[in-house]
Design a protein around this ligand. Structure first.
Ligand code: R2B
Ligand code: URA
Length: 255
């Protein structure tokens, strides 16, 4: 899963090419199987690539629906990945972060959902064995920096991620920098908007899951993403490149 419709179509074609090379996929053109125009689903052999939109409410709908579909299909031993983008804390743009645990803005590893007027909390730890297997692939298969650490999940792109450049702002530069440095010290490497719900829902469903996000900006230096279109395009493919060797190995082992 990843946020954008176009990126997940690209991933579908990318994975098709790699699966063909490994002898797993036919040459049928990838087509969107989703009946809603809210998100896309491509199926390439045993791999589903799905877009989840922006933010927790959006990904929670898609996760509910995909988990149900997989259950009706009798699929078992499934592995879920969120491949996405994020803002980095002190790392060069283009660095890929494999998430250790997802945390909220107060550094708590728990996803909150309001159900029938009551607050429910679900732990948001991820599968550390899966994370280390993906990290292991990065030692041989990729030529970009890969790190392992916590990911903060915000419910908004601007103030929720300590940005000063939105329409509103309740804090100043000094307060922003104090917060970002504090969360970095607490172990946060990057900030995005879905990991908490993704981690918690997969955990609740007993699904092994990983979050792999590229950083597009170093938030200790700036708020805006100032990459060239070429770098932006190439960086967004990095999380996908990182998980493909794992997917191929997993399919070879379980076929
Ligand atoms: C990363 O990028 C998106 C916001 O621009 C959001 O979906 C996320 O987590
Ligand atoms: N996505 C986010 O949520 N934050 C960033 O800084 C970049 C991408």
């Amino acid at each position: 899963m990843g946020g954008s419709i176009n990126r997940m179509k690209k991933f579908a074609n990318f994975i098709k090419e790699k699966l063909q090379l490994a002898g797993f996929a036919g040459d049928k053109e990838v087509s969107n199987l989703s009946r809603t125009d809210r998100y896309v689903i491509y199926k390439i052999g045993k791999v589903l690539t799905v877009s989840h939109g922006i933010g927790v409410p959006s990904i929670s709908i898609v996760l509910n629906e995909i988990i149900k579909v997989l259950s009706y299909a009798g699929a078992n031993e499934v592995v879920f990945f969120r491949v996405g983008t994020s803002g980095g804390l002190g790392t060069e743009p283009g660095t890929v972060v494999i998430t250790k645990k997802a945390v909220n803005g107060s550094m708590e590893p728990k996803y909150e959902n309001m159900i029938l007027g009551k607050r429910f909390y679900y732990p948001s730890d991820l599968d550390s064995k899966l994370a280390s297997q993906i990290q292991f692939c990065s030692q041989t298969d990729v030529d970009f920096p890969v790190i392992y650490g916590d990911t903060m999940c915000a419910s908004d792109f601007y103030e929720g991620q300590a940005r000063l450049d939105g329409a509103f702002c309740e804090f100043n530069e000094q307060e922003k920098m104090t917060y970002l440095k504090d969360i970095k010290k607490a172990g946060v490497c990057n900030i995005e908007m879905e990991s908490l719900c993704f981690a918690a829902m997969c955990r609740k469903a007993g699904i092994s899951a990983a979050v792999v996000c590229v950083t597009l900006v170093n938030r200790l230096k700036e708020d805006c993403v100032t990459l060239s279109p070429e770098d932006h395009e190439e960086y967004q493919l990095r999380p996908m490149k990182l998980i493909i060797p794992y997917i191929i190995n997993h399919l070879l082992k379980t076929q």
